[in-house]
Write a protein that binds this ligand. Structure first.
Ligand code: PMP
Length: 374
């Protein structure tokens, strides 16, 4: 007889106990008489552009491509990578796709940081607060996260991040614009930083929101990748392109790096639907840019109205604003909920509000004005 293990014998990876929860943005609760708006996940409020609809419809409605759905996708997303290579003027070999830029980030961390048999952990440095998936991905890989607090004006503290480097540092994550606070890093700041970072540390520039940036001196990740061999850039179709649901993102780095990313990449992570939708979006870029500009215009309207009402919000170049409400964050988010708006509260720190439809932004502004007046 083979002894049957008790259920308790099935033990999870101990890393489970070290993971903070990923509190994904929730949809708003229904409120009688009000349209609900989700402003909690930095999504694009507009549906993908018509060219994307046409492509997807053709693929799922019995058009000649419908048979692709019973076959696995191209694991290398070759067609998309070639389109992106032309778009960015980089070699296709320098691009690796993933299920969202989060998939691409996971490849980078898994390939460059982990834990070792002797118990020591590689270190990954990032600013905090920043994108909440960072500690999850880093710790899941068995590596240690080193969180460097933002400055008082909600920006990366690059000198402190340099000081945090040790002989165990393998990767540094820069998020520009920073989620959830909004400021960008400038070219000069990042050039100065890169000049001081040892060349055997990989510096990842997460540009999930780069299309919304309107700042002359903002760093351009791809320029940094061209000048520095230890730089990788992360981009996504989830935000500006409005394709969050289809899960497609990518990294750009030199081939010495991307060859390792392909080894750890989850096979077939990007479906053909996602790949073709992304290509169609790139082929209809002026439609995409028009929508992005609408979001940027709304952001500027929202920030101006908040400032006028007496709010002190950090300069944002993304599709969200940060309200540094500290211990009143949860209270504000609950109030927003009573008005059928879901926003993201980071308890004790602040509230992140995505730029949404005009009516959603108006309703948020009304609440923000009332709130600051007490
Ligand atoms: N990076 C940043 C800074 C983000 O805010 C997000 C999404 N919230 C991502 C990466 C991941 O997005 P996706 O996987 O949809 O590309």
């Amino acid at each position: 007889d083979i002894p049957q293990p008790s259920p308790q014998a099935v033990r999870p990876n101990p890393v489970i106990d070290r993971l903070p929860p990923y509190a994904a943005g929730k949809p708003p609760a229904a409120v009688e008489g009000l349209t609900s708006y989700k402003l909690s996940s930095n999504e694009n409020p507009y549906a993908p552009v018509p060219g994307v609809h046409a492509t997807l419809t053709e693929m799922v409605s019995g058009g000649q491509d419908a048979s692709v759905l019973c076959r696995y996708p191209d694991p290398l997303s070759t067609a998309l990578r070639e389109r992106l290579a032309a778009h960015h003027d980089v070699p296709a070999e320098d691009i690796v796709t993933g299920a969202g830029s989060l998939g691409a980030l996971t490849q980078i961390i898994n390939a460059y940081a982990g834990g070792h048999d002797d118990g020591h952990r590689d270190e990954v440095i990032f600013a905090w607060r920043s994108f909440e998936a960072y500690p999850i991905v880093v710790r899941t890989a068995g590596a240690a996260d080193v969180q460097v607090p933002l400055t008082a004006d909600h920006r990366h503290d690059l000198p402190a991040m340099l000081e945090a480097i040790t002989e165990n540092t393998r990767v540094i994550l820069l998020c520009t614009p920073n989620n959830p606070t909004g400021p960008v890093l400038t070219t000069d700041e990042v050039e100065d930083f890169l000049a001081k970072v040892p060349k055997d540390i990989l510096v990842v520039i997460d540009e999930a929101y780069v299309e919304f940036v309107r700042h002359d001196d903002a760093v351009q990740g791809i320029e940094m990748y061209r000048r520095h061999e230890n730089v990788a850039v992360l981009r996504t179709f989830s935000k500006a392109h409005g394709l969050a649901n289809l899960r497609v993102g990518y990294s750009i780095a030199n081939q010495e790096i991307t060859k390792h990313l392909r080894v750890v990449a989850v096979p077939f992570a990007v479906s053909t639907l996602a790949e073709q939708a992304a290509i169609a979006s790139l082929e209809n870029l002026s439609d995409v840019e028009e929508r992005v500009q609408k979001v940027v215009d709304e952001r500027e309207r929202v920030v101006a109205a908040l400032t006028e009402a007496g709010w002190d919000v950090p300069e944002t170049h993304a599709n969200f604003v940060w309200l540094p409400l500290a211990e009143r964050a949860s209270e504000f988010a609950a109030l927003a909920g009573t008005r059928a708006l879901s926003v993201r509260a980071f308890a004790g720190e602040g509230v992140r509000v995505s730029i949404g439809e005009v009516e959603a932004n108006d309703r948020f502004l009304e609440l923000a004005r009332e709130y600051i007046q007490g």
